[in-house]
Write a protein that binds this ligand. Sequence first.
Ligand code: FAD
Ligand code: NAD
Length: 472
Amino acid sequence: MKFTHDVIVIGGGAAGLTAAGGCALFGLKVALIEGNKMGGECLNNGCVPSKAIITAAKRAQEAREEKRYGVQLAAPKVEWAGVHKHIHDAIAHIEPHDSVETFEEMGCEVMLGRATVTGKQTVEVGGRTLKAPRIVIATGSEPFVPPIEGLDSVSYLTNENLFELTEQPKHLVIIGGGVIGMEMAQSFRRLGCEVTVIEPGTPMSRDDRESVQVVVDVMKDEGVRFVAGKGMKVEGSEGSISVHTDGGETITGSHLLIAVGRSARVSGYGLEELGMELGRNGIKVDARRRTSVKGIYAIGDCREGPRLTHVSGYEGSNVALEITTGIPTKVDWKALPWCTYTEPEVAQIGMTEEEARKEFGDKITVVKEAFADNERAIAEDSTKGHLKVMFKGKKVVGASICGKNAGELLLPFTQAITGKSSSFALGSAIISYPTRSEISKAAAFSAWEPTVFGSLPKKYAGFVAKMRRTFS
Ligand SMILES: Cc1cc2nc3c(=O)[nH]c(=O)nc-3n(C[C@H](O)[C@H](O)[C@H](O)COP(=O)(O)OP(=O)(O)OC[C@H]3O[C@@H](n4cnc5c(N)ncnc54)[C@H](O)[C@@H]3O)c2cc1C
Ligand SMILES: NC(=O)c1ccc[n+]([C@@H]2O[C@H](COP(=O)([O-])OP(=O)(O)OC[C@H]3O[C@@H](n4cnc5c(N)ncnc54)[C@H](O)[C@@H]3O)[C@@H](O)[C@H]2O)c1
């Protein structure tokens, strides 16, 4: 046989799992290759452990305010072993969703091993050569480690070992006030650690400034220290690490977390040898996620573009749809949501006020509503934050929300921005991960599943696959 599979997917994270699962459910012969842990970053050292620690931290914080609503709580006592167990229990609970067995049941051939792309249609793994007319690269990203003097001589944390800490840090110094830096700074502070964030610019710079300011003020009140500057030099030894900033400050802590962004995984598995075009930080792709090499797609964190679990999933479904039906499927970021799970949360969909004004000038109207005027928020005594909606005429182009459960409030704006509200649109909407709102998408998707993966679409996908095997 000319081909061993219809499609080979490299990487078993959110992007690869969605692409592989989608193709397999349409009846295609799929090889799914994972070189480390199924579930990738989100499950093992990203979203899941970070949201688990945020939850433990919230509990401590609530108890810290001993008397509220006339109810007295005992002061919190943090047992790090319990926090560690909660994090790893959460991972273990979700693990079966992403397991080898689950994907084998869907029809994928799952291979555990490091893949190398050896040709336009060939991949090697564990001594086997696989061949398919379509290859999907979904190899993710890893923490960017900046060239800071002395960094390689101290032991430091990244998201890859942070959740393995078996002892509570006394003083966590965080280089980088981005999304990871902010979520972790608040959590570790609330769990009783001293925390300093070193950030040269505005924290969470992609978000609405007013929203970010609310969170920064809350975190300062809770005792997080912000130092304006760039980490330039690091020195010290186990338990005492000093960071010197370009502003002349020296901060000494017991632990150091590096959270200054991501590096796409693009080297060491054959892409350069194949002549694949690479961008500044990731594989170059077009709107259909096609790389410069015909027949090879790249999705999720490994390509240039937004790096979020729901984006990886969305690109995985798009590419699965394009491969199975042969119909070009472009990504559309008009209603892209994201949320930072600090307290209060900072959620965004579509354009921020700054982006909308830059694009449409004075055609933009911004409407702002404060939670201080929202009666549910007043009754809960949780009035911090606001909703800002950016209108062009009467059309919504973006919304920024800061407040309790802000991420859950994005869904109606998905529909307002796209103008689509059918059950099919809901089932295929991009929903911020992880939110409870995903349950609405799941219900709509379940209703459509028998139709989408029904016998007729499968027959059609089978026909497309046969043509491709014959003529590729
Ligand atoms: C601390 C933290 C918190 C986060 N929180 C959120 C959040 O709340 N919400 C959100 O939307 N996003 C969040 N993210 C981002 C999210 O985790 C990523 O965007 C997402 O996991 C990327 O998925 P992926 O499938 O593209 O890549 P990955 O999950 O990295 O998967 C890639 C997989 O490919 C495998 N691989 C690589 N090379 C090879 C090879 N040659 N052969 C075989 N296998 C290979 C890797 O082992 C890996 O398992 C967070 C990230 C971090 C670090
Ligand atoms: N809730 C979520 O959706 C969520 C949560 C965590 C992570 N993520 C994803 O993970 C990715 C990585 O997050 P991140 O926080 O590492 O990156 P980031 O890009 O969000 O922030 C990095 C920050 O580091 C700062 N920085 C750079 N060099 C520095 C230096 N030398 N000293 C001090 N500060 C410096 C930058 O100014 C920037 O603010 C993002 O792509 C994000 O989408 C998402």
